[in-house]
Every structure is written in structure tokens, then in C-alpha cells.
Design a protein around this ligand. Structure first.
Ligand code: V47
Length: 371
């Protein structure tokens, strides 16, 4: 499979040479990889890069997700999780006590969490001081637990609510223990599509600026791309290039997570040919192309919740080197029809990795290895 003549026959000789030499791929190279009929050939290139960077290691994290509210002012068309108001059916907002009670459930058990992942909707009334109080209480109860919280979109929302700068929001949260930020809210940067799927959300420039501000404070962040909706291959490549350029400037992206759009309960309806199990190969190809284009981002996550367990395992052969975690409770993907389980146990995750042919490595929120 991995020989020069095959790539020459596919018209990818130059890309093959660049990958072997560790040279940066151009946007046109990315488009050529999307157009290549042989998805395995694309995957093999990504696997080569993944192996160069990480050998046969595949990372996972013992974590818990907490979605504190699904009430959101943004009204993104694609989102099945959000509710416009508290009074709407299915709306929820957790109290501080409910958040702490959820944590007690896991952290005091033998599971011992290495990451707390907190994200939610942009709630019109939850003020920054409330989150600071929650963080302080979490930190007091569990001083060793790393808090990974808030997308750049939530940071923009807090700044708007408080009438302060996004940098100030980040500084205040850092002071109470924000260690890392998840990568959500990036969706797709291309303006024409972003306007259709999430017109009221922070725009691409704002998202990238806030990521850069976090990096300047030493807060590392992840980054994502929501794909498989209205965007084109060119939009995906544009998105990856904008992330790569931001990373050249600020250097704090740790992991990229490609998120395939899940269609259930969404107001965004797609033509039937764009929905279904046959999209799996496109998802694997996108993971692979992300690995190849994002030469300055160390980790690519096959997020088992959104990809499903089987495709996430396969994606480990297409450039991904992380599976994410135990999760415990997940709402964003499951309200959109994710068929994966709610959570996984540590032995299940390790088995999933071993059975895929890789060596499991436990990590924390910032990708430090845990012995
Ligand atoms: O921002 C929303 C996406 C994101 C749908 O950083 C959807 O480690 C698919 O960002 N179908 C939130 N995707 C999840 C996220 C994340 C998850 C796990 C780990 C990390 C990390 C980040 O989920 C949202 C949005 O892009 N999303 N609705 C949907 N119907």
C-alpha cells in the first residue's frame, strides 16, 4: 500500500514526497487528498505521520463531562442540545450543588478523575461570578483535579454579559483554576456557511482571537471542526488552514477534534444522500486529512461519542492518536442521536485501544502522561 508508485498512479507523488520529508502541505494538497478516490492511500499517509509523532501510543483520559445548562442565546440551527429558554421542554440548568454532587459520584470513587470537562449553552443569566464560585468550590474539594472548561464562544458570551474584555474573562477564570479549554464552538469558519448554521455565534475571527488570548496566558486549548453539513471540501481545508495559521502565531492548541454532524433533533435537515452510515469513509478521510494538514498540532482525537466506538477505533489507523475518555454523562451528541454509550469504564477504553492494535496511555487534561 505505502509505496511511491501507488501515489504516483493516484497523482499524489508530490504529496507523498512532502509527507515523507515532513514538509508542510498546501491548501491545494488538502483538496487533492479530498478528491483522491483511494481513502486508504490517504489514511496510510496520515498513519505514517501519526506513527512518526506518537508511535503506537493511543491516549485516553479518565474524565467527566458536565453540561451545566442547555439554555442558550445563540440559537444555532444545527444544535439539538440547546433550548431557547428555561421554560422550554427539556431545558435544564444545574445548581452548584448539583455539579458538586455529580463530581462526588466519580472523584471519590476508585475512578479518580484526571479531567473535569465543563461546557454549556450561553445562558443569559449565569454570571461570571457564579462560575468563579463553582470553580473555587471544585478546587477546594478536589485540589488535584484539572478543570477544562468553556469554549471560546462561552468566553465571548461572558465578556458581553459582564461588559469586560475576553482577556479579562480568561484572566479571572485562570485565577480560580481554569487549566485548559475545550475546542468546541469553532464549527466551520467559512463565513457563508457559518452564517447559515450559527449566525449569532462568535464569528471565526473572534473565536481565533480568543484562542490566541488564552494561549498568551499559558492556557492551552483544543480546537474542533463540525463537518458533514452544508460545508464543502474547500471550506474544511480553509478551516484547517486557519487553525494552522493561528497555531503558528500562538502555539497553544493541543488537540484537534473533528466532529461529524449528527442530524437527529436538529433543525438543519440535509438531503438523504448526505446522511447515514455510508458517511463513515468521509469521516475517516477527514480525520486523516486533519492529521496531514495540521502539522503543528500534536494530537488528533477520535472522539468516540460522536464517531461511534467502531469508527473511532478505525480512525486510530487514519491519523488519530487519542480517544478522549470515560465521559460518564454526555448530552450534546446524545441529544443529536449519537448511538454510542453514555460513558466508558477505564478497562473498556484500554481494551478498545488494545484491540485496535495500539498501546493505551492514560493522560490528564493537558496531555501529561499519568503513570
Ligand atoms: O461546539 C453540537 C458540536 C461541540 C452537534 O476539546 C455537534 O476535548 C455533532 O467541542 N452533531 C461540543 N456535533 C463538543 C466539543 C468537544 C467534545 C469532546 C471533547 C472536546 C475537547 C470538545 O459539539 C459543539 C459543536 O461543534 N456539536 N451539536 C451535532 N448535532
Amino acid at each position: 500500500m505505502f509505496d511511491a508508485s501507488r501515489y504516483a498512479a493516484l497523482g499524489l507523488a508530490t504529496i507523498f514526497e512532502k509527507v515523507l520529508a515532513g514538509e508542510r502541505l498546501s491548501a491545494q494538497d488538502g483538496l487533492d487528498l479530498f478528491a483522491c478516490p483511494d481513502v486508504n492511500a490517504v489514511g496510510a499517509l496520515a498513519h505514517h505521520v501519526r506513527t512518526r509523532l506518537h508511535g503506537d501510543k493511543t491516549y485516553y483520559v479518565v474524565n467527566r463531562h458536565i453540561n451545566y445548562t442547555n439554555v442558550c442565546v445563540n440559537g444555532c440551527v444545527f444544535c439539538a442540545f440547546r433550548r431557547d429558554e428555561e421554560s422550554q421542554k427539556g431545558a435544564f440548568t444545574l445548581s452548584k450543588e448539583a455539579i458538586l454532587a455529580r463530581l462526588r459520584g466519580e472523584h471519590d470513587s476508585p475512578l479518580h478523575l484526571d479531567e473535569l470537562h465543563i461546557v454549556g449553552g450561553c445562558h443569559p443569566q449565569l454570571r461570571l461570578a457564579w462560575f468563579e464560585d463553582v470553580f473555587r468550590s471544585v478546587h477546594q474539594a478536589y485540589p488535584d483535579l484539572l478543570i477544562k472548561a468553556f469554549t471560546c464562544v462561552e468566553i465571548a458570551h461572558f465578556a458581553h454579559l459582564e461588559g469586560i474584555s475576553t482577556l479579562e474573562v480568561l484572566q479571572r477564570l485562570q485565577r480560580v483554576g481554569l487549566a485548559m479549554m475545550p475546542g468546541g464552538g469553532a464549527e466551520i469558519f467559512a463565513e457563508a456557511v457559518r452564517k447559515q448554521i450559527c449566525p449569532h455565534k462568535a464569528d471565526a475571527q473572534t473565536w481565533l482571537r480568543i484562542a490566541g488570548e488564552a494561549h498568551s496566558l499559558g492556557i492551552r486549548t483544543n480546537c474542533t471542526m463540525l463537518f458533514g453539513h452544508l460545508e464543502s471540501a474547500a471550506d474544511r481545508i480553509d478551516h484547517l488552514c486557519r487553525l494552522r495559521e493561528q497555531q503558528d502565531r500562538s502555539g497553544g492548541f493541543t488537540c484537534f477534534i473533528p466532529l461529524p454532524f449528527l442530524t437527529e433533533n436538529s433543525m438543519l435537515t440535509l438531503p438523504p444522500e448526505q446522511v447515514g452510515q455510508h458517511r463513515g469513509l468521509d469521516q475517516l478521510r477527514t480525520v486523516a486529512i486533519a492529521r496531514l494538514m495540521l502539522d503543528n498540532i500534536p494530537h488528533i482525537k477520535a472522539y468516540w461519542v460522536m464517531l461511534g466506538e467502531k469508527l473511532a477505533q478505525t480512525a486510530l489507523w487514519y491519523g488519530a492518536n487519542d480517544l478522549d475518555g470515560t465521559i460518564v454523562e454526555e448530552k450534546i451528541g446524545h441529544m443529536a442521536g449519537a448511538s454510542s454509550q453514555q460513558g466508558m469504564t477505564l478497562p473498556q477504553l484500554e481494551q478498545m485501544i488494545r484491540e485496535s492494535g495500539f498501546c493505551p496511555v492514560r493522560r490528564n487534561a493537558v496531555f501529561d502522561t499519568i503513570a
